[in-house]
Ligand binder design. Sequence first.
Ligand code: ATP
Ligand code: MG
Length: 257
Amino acid sequence: MTGPILSVQNLERRYGDFVGCTDVSFDVWPGEVIAIVGESGSGKTTLLNCISARLQRSSGSVRYRMRDGRFPDLAELSEAERRFLMRTDWGFVHQNPADGLRMRVSAGANVGERLMAVGERHYGDIRRSAGEWLSRVEIAMDRIDDQPVTFSGGMRQRLQIARNLVTHPRLIFMDEPTGGLDVSVQARVLDLLRNLVNDMGLSVVIVTHDLAVARLLSQRMIVMKSGRIVEQGLTDRVLDDPQHAYTQLLVASIPES
Ligand SMILES: Nc1ncnc2c1ncn2[C@@H]1O[C@H](COP(=O)(O)OP(=O)(O)OP(=O)(O)O)[C@@H](O)[C@H]1O
Ligand SMILES: [Mg+2]
Protein backbone atom coordinates (compact mmCIF):
# COMPACT_ATOMS: atom_id res chain seq x y z
CA MET A 1 0.00 0.00 0.00
CA THR A 2 1.36 3.41 -0.87
CA GLY A 3 0.27 6.82 0.38
CA PRO A 4 -1.17 8.00 3.66
CA ILE A 5 -3.70 5.95 5.62
CA LEU A 6 -5.56 9.13 6.60
CA SER A 7 -5.56 12.51 4.90
CA VAL A 8 -7.15 15.60 6.44
CA GLN A 9 -7.63 18.69 4.28
CA ASN A 10 -8.87 22.11 5.38
CA LEU A 11 -10.96 20.65 8.14
CA GLU A 12 -13.26 23.02 9.99
CA ARG A 13 -15.75 22.43 12.77
CA ARG A 14 -17.91 25.24 14.08
CA TYR A 15 -20.16 25.28 17.09
CA GLY A 16 -22.65 27.90 15.96
CA ASP A 17 -20.50 30.98 15.32
CA PHE A 18 -17.68 29.63 17.43
CA VAL A 19 -14.76 27.96 15.66
CA GLY A 20 -13.82 24.63 17.29
CA CYS A 21 -11.05 24.02 14.77
CA THR A 22 -10.28 25.40 11.34
CA ASP A 23 -7.81 25.20 8.45
CA VAL A 24 -6.46 21.85 9.68
CA SER A 25 -4.53 19.75 7.14
CA PHE A 26 -2.24 16.79 7.75
CA ASP A 27 -1.60 13.20 6.65
CA VAL A 28 -1.05 10.08 8.72
CA TRP A 29 1.21 7.43 7.18
CA PRO A 30 1.01 3.70 7.85
CA GLY A 31 2.81 2.84 11.08
CA GLU A 32 3.14 6.46 12.12
CA VAL A 33 2.25 7.94 15.50
CA ILE A 34 1.12 11.57 15.43
CA ALA A 35 0.61 13.58 18.59
CA ILE A 36 -1.77 16.52 18.73
CA VAL A 37 -0.82 18.90 21.52
CA GLY A 38 -2.05 22.26 22.73
CA GLU A 39 -3.64 23.95 25.70
CA SER A 40 -7.10 23.21 27.03
CA GLY A 41 -9.76 24.45 24.59
CA SER A 42 -7.39 24.56 21.59
CA GLY A 43 -9.61 22.14 19.64
CA LYS A 44 -7.79 18.83 20.05
CA THR A 45 -10.80 16.72 20.96
CA THR A 46 -12.94 18.47 18.35
CA LEU A 47 -10.35 17.59 15.70
CA LEU A 48 -9.94 14.00 16.88
CA ASN A 49 -13.68 13.41 16.93
CA CYS A 50 -14.09 14.86 13.44
CA ILE A 51 -11.38 12.67 11.91
CA SER A 52 -12.73 9.54 13.62
CA ALA A 53 -16.26 10.13 12.30
CA ARG A 54 -17.64 10.67 15.79
CA LEU A 55 -18.46 14.32 15.13
CA GLN A 56 -19.68 15.98 11.95
CA ARG A 57 -17.32 18.48 10.39
CA SER A 58 -18.54 21.83 9.01
CA SER A 59 -16.24 21.69 5.96
CA GLY A 60 -13.10 20.11 4.57
CA SER A 61 -12.27 16.51 3.82
CA VAL A 62 -11.09 13.42 5.71
CA ARG A 63 -10.01 10.49 3.56
CA TYR A 64 -9.26 7.01 4.83
CA ARG A 65 -7.36 4.22 3.06
CA MET A 66 -9.61 1.16 3.08
CA ARG A 67 -8.09 -2.34 3.19
CA ASP A 68 -8.94 -2.75 -0.50
CA GLY A 69 -6.93 0.39 -1.38
CA ARG A 70 -9.89 2.75 -1.94
CA PHE A 71 -9.40 6.20 -0.41
CA PRO A 72 -12.89 7.62 0.14
CA ASP A 73 -13.93 10.61 2.18
CA LEU A 74 -15.54 9.37 5.39
CA ALA A 75 -18.63 11.35 4.45
CA GLU A 76 -19.06 9.15 1.36
CA LEU A 77 -19.33 5.99 3.42
CA SER A 78 -22.67 4.61 4.46
CA GLU A 79 -23.52 4.55 8.15
CA ALA A 80 -23.05 0.76 8.09
CA GLU A 81 -19.57 1.08 6.54
CA ARG A 82 -18.57 3.67 9.13
CA ARG A 83 -19.78 1.46 11.96
CA PHE A 84 -17.90 -1.48 10.46
CA LEU A 85 -14.69 0.58 10.40
CA MET A 86 -15.17 1.52 14.04
CA ARG A 87 -15.61 -2.12 15.00
CA THR A 88 -12.72 -3.50 12.97
CA ASP A 89 -10.13 -1.19 11.39
CA TRP A 90 -10.22 1.53 14.02
CA GLY A 91 -9.79 1.77 17.75
CA PHE A 92 -10.69 4.63 20.05
CA VAL A 93 -9.08 4.88 23.48
CA HIS A 94 -10.92 7.30 25.75
CA GLN A 95 -9.35 9.26 28.59
CA ASN A 96 -11.94 7.80 30.94
CA PRO A 97 -11.93 4.00 30.60
CA ALA A 98 -15.59 3.90 31.61
CA ASP A 99 -16.40 5.58 28.28
CA GLY A 100 -14.71 2.80 26.33
CA LEU A 101 -15.60 -0.26 28.43
CA ARG A 102 -18.73 -1.98 29.57
CA MET A 103 -18.22 -1.68 33.28
CA ARG A 104 -20.75 -4.35 34.29
CA VAL A 105 -19.63 -7.22 32.08
CA SER A 106 -16.52 -9.31 32.69
CA ALA A 107 -13.06 -8.31 31.52
CA GLY A 108 -13.02 -11.32 29.22
CA ALA A 109 -16.33 -10.35 27.67
CA ASN A 110 -15.14 -6.76 27.16
CA VAL A 111 -12.35 -8.09 24.98
CA GLY A 112 -14.33 -10.97 23.45
CA GLU A 113 -17.18 -8.69 22.41
CA ARG A 114 -14.96 -6.93 19.85
CA LEU A 115 -14.03 -10.31 18.37
CA MET A 116 -17.68 -11.33 18.13
CA ALA A 117 -18.36 -8.04 16.34
CA VAL A 118 -15.98 -9.15 13.58
CA GLY A 119 -17.67 -12.51 13.24
CA GLU A 120 -15.76 -14.75 15.64
CA ARG A 121 -18.26 -17.29 16.99
CA HIS A 122 -16.29 -20.07 18.67
CA TYR A 123 -16.53 -19.59 22.44
CA GLY A 124 -13.28 -21.41 23.21
CA ASP A 125 -11.30 -19.36 20.67
CA ILE A 126 -12.80 -16.11 21.89
CA ARG A 127 -11.97 -16.91 25.50
CA ARG A 128 -8.43 -17.96 24.58
CA SER A 129 -7.80 -14.73 22.60
CA ALA A 130 -9.29 -12.65 25.42
CA GLY A 131 -6.99 -14.39 27.89
CA GLU A 132 -3.96 -13.81 25.68
CA TRP A 133 -4.80 -10.13 25.41
CA LEU A 134 -5.29 -9.77 29.15
CA SER A 135 -1.80 -11.15 29.68
CA ARG A 136 -0.38 -8.87 26.98
CA VAL A 137 -1.70 -5.90 28.94
CA GLU A 138 -0.47 -7.42 32.20
CA ILE A 139 -3.82 -8.30 33.73
CA ALA A 140 -3.71 -11.58 35.67
CA MET A 141 -5.72 -14.43 34.10
CA ASP A 142 -7.62 -14.99 37.35
CA ARG A 143 -9.33 -11.61 36.80
CA ILE A 144 -10.88 -12.63 33.46
CA ASP A 145 -14.36 -13.13 34.94
CA ASP A 146 -14.24 -9.96 37.06
CA GLN A 147 -15.99 -6.76 36.04
CA PRO A 148 -13.95 -3.61 35.31
CA VAL A 149 -15.74 -1.85 38.18
CA THR A 150 -13.54 -3.96 40.46
CA PHE A 151 -10.34 -2.86 38.64
CA SER A 152 -7.94 -0.01 39.44
CA GLY A 153 -7.70 2.96 37.08
CA GLY A 154 -4.52 1.64 35.46
CA MET A 155 -6.02 -1.84 35.00
CA ARG A 156 -9.16 -0.36 33.43
CA GLN A 157 -7.06 1.63 31.00
CA ARG A 158 -5.01 -1.46 30.08
CA LEU A 159 -8.24 -3.41 29.58
CA GLN A 160 -9.57 -0.68 27.31
CA ILE A 161 -6.37 -0.96 25.28
CA ALA A 162 -6.76 -4.75 25.00
CA ARG A 163 -10.38 -4.36 23.91
CA ASN A 164 -9.29 -1.97 21.17
CA LEU A 165 -6.33 -3.94 19.88
CA VAL A 166 -7.76 -7.48 19.88
CA THR A 167 -9.22 -7.06 16.39
CA HIS A 168 -5.83 -5.89 15.02
CA PRO A 169 -7.07 -2.47 13.93
CA ARG A 170 -4.98 -0.37 11.55
CA LEU A 171 -5.62 3.07 13.02
CA ILE A 172 -6.08 4.02 16.66
CA PHE A 173 -7.38 7.32 17.99
CA MET A 174 -6.53 8.21 21.58
CA ASP A 175 -7.73 11.17 23.62
CA GLU A 176 -5.46 11.75 26.63
CA PRO A 177 -5.16 7.99 27.31
CA THR A 178 -3.09 8.52 30.45
CA GLY A 179 -4.67 11.81 31.52
CA GLY A 180 -6.68 10.35 34.38
CA LEU A 181 -3.91 8.20 35.86
CA ASP A 182 -1.35 8.69 38.65
CA VAL A 183 2.10 9.57 37.36
CA SER A 184 3.58 6.20 38.38
CA VAL A 185 0.72 4.30 36.71
CA GLN A 186 1.02 6.53 33.61
CA ALA A 187 4.58 5.42 32.97
CA ARG A 188 3.60 1.75 32.90
CA VAL A 189 0.62 2.29 30.60
CA LEU A 190 2.73 4.45 28.27
CA ASP A 191 5.48 1.86 28.12
CA LEU A 192 2.93 -0.83 27.32
CA LEU A 193 1.29 1.32 24.64
CA ARG A 194 4.61 2.13 23.04
CA ASN A 195 5.57 -1.55 22.80
CA LEU A 196 2.20 -2.64 21.41
CA VAL A 197 2.16 0.16 18.84
CA ASN A 198 5.68 -0.79 17.70
CA ASP A 199 5.00 -4.53 17.62
CA MET A 200 1.74 -4.19 15.71
CA GLY A 201 2.93 -1.41 13.38
CA LEU A 202 -0.15 0.66 14.20
CA SER A 203 -0.96 4.11 12.95
CA VAL A 204 -1.98 6.31 15.87
CA VAL A 205 -3.37 9.79 16.37
CA ILE A 206 -2.97 10.67 20.02
CA VAL A 207 -4.23 13.82 21.72
CA THR A 208 -2.27 14.90 24.75
CA HIS A 209 -1.38 18.09 26.56
CA ASP A 210 1.70 16.32 27.97
CA LEU A 211 4.78 16.96 25.83
CA ALA A 212 6.60 14.07 27.52
CA VAL A 213 3.90 11.69 26.21
CA ALA A 214 4.32 13.16 22.72
CA ARG A 215 8.10 12.75 22.97
CA LEU A 216 7.82 9.13 24.10
CA LEU A 217 5.21 7.90 21.63
CA SER A 218 5.13 10.03 18.50
CA GLN A 219 7.30 10.57 15.45
CA ARG A 220 5.40 13.66 14.37
CA MET A 221 3.64 16.39 16.25
CA ILE A 222 0.92 18.92 15.58
CA VAL A 223 0.69 21.96 17.85
CA MET A 224 -2.73 23.62 18.10
CA LYS A 225 -3.79 26.97 19.45
CA SER A 226 -7.28 28.50 19.28
CA GLY A 227 -8.46 25.82 16.84
CA ARG A 228 -5.57 26.20 14.39
CA ILE A 229 -2.33 24.37 13.74
CA VAL A 230 0.49 26.74 14.63
CA GLU A 231 3.34 24.28 14.05
CA GLN A 232 3.86 20.73 12.85
CA GLY A 233 6.89 18.59 12.19
CA LEU A 234 9.03 15.77 13.48
CA THR A 235 8.55 15.48 17.24
CA ASP A 236 12.24 15.77 18.08
CA ARG A 237 12.62 18.83 15.88
CA VAL A 238 9.52 20.56 17.29
CA LEU A 239 10.52 19.91 20.89
CA ASP A 240 14.23 20.65 20.51
CA ASP A 241 13.92 23.60 18.15
CA PRO A 242 10.39 25.03 18.32
CA GLN A 243 9.78 27.71 15.69
CA HIS A 244 6.47 29.24 16.72
CA ALA A 245 6.36 31.50 19.78
CA TYR A 246 3.50 29.48 21.26
CA THR A 247 5.41 26.19 20.90
CA GLN A 248 8.44 27.84 22.49
CA LEU A 249 6.25 28.83 25.42
CA LEU A 250 4.86 25.29 25.75
CA VAL A 251 8.32 23.73 25.64
CA ALA A 252 9.72 26.27 28.09
CA SER A 253 6.94 25.53 30.57
CA ILE A 254 7.77 21.81 30.91
CA PRO A 255 8.70 21.46 34.56
CA GLU A 256 12.33 20.48 35.16
CA SER A 257 12.55 16.89 36.29
N1 ATP B 1 -20.40 20.78 22.04
C1 ATP B 1 -19.81 21.99 22.03
N2 ATP B 1 -20.55 23.10 21.91
C2 ATP B 1 -19.97 24.34 21.89
N3 ATP B 1 -18.64 24.55 21.98
C3 ATP B 1 -17.86 23.47 22.10
C4 ATP B 1 -18.39 22.14 22.14
N4 ATP B 1 -17.36 21.27 22.27
C5 ATP B 1 -16.24 22.03 22.32
N5 ATP B 1 -16.54 23.34 22.21
C6 ATP B 1 -15.58 24.46 22.22
O1 ATP B 1 -14.58 24.24 21.23
C7 ATP B 1 -13.30 24.58 21.73
C8 ATP B 1 -12.38 23.39 21.61
O2 ATP B 1 -12.82 22.38 22.49
P1 ATP B 1 -12.10 20.97 22.59
O3 ATP B 1 -12.88 20.13 23.52
O4 ATP B 1 -11.86 20.46 21.22
O5 ATP B 1 -10.71 21.39 23.24
P2 ATP B 1 -9.49 20.50 23.75
O6 ATP B 1 -8.27 21.03 23.09
O7 ATP B 1 -9.82 19.05 23.58
O8 ATP B 1 -9.42 20.86 25.31
P3 ATP B 1 -9.05 19.95 26.58
O9 ATP B 1 -7.55 19.85 26.59
O10 ATP B 1 -9.55 20.76 27.75
O11 ATP B 1 -9.74 18.62 26.45
C9 ATP B 1 -13.50 25.05 23.16
O12 ATP B 1 -13.52 26.46 23.19
C10 ATP B 1 -14.84 24.49 23.53
O13 ATP B 1 -15.50 25.33 24.47
MG1 MG C 1 -10.05 17.47 24.93
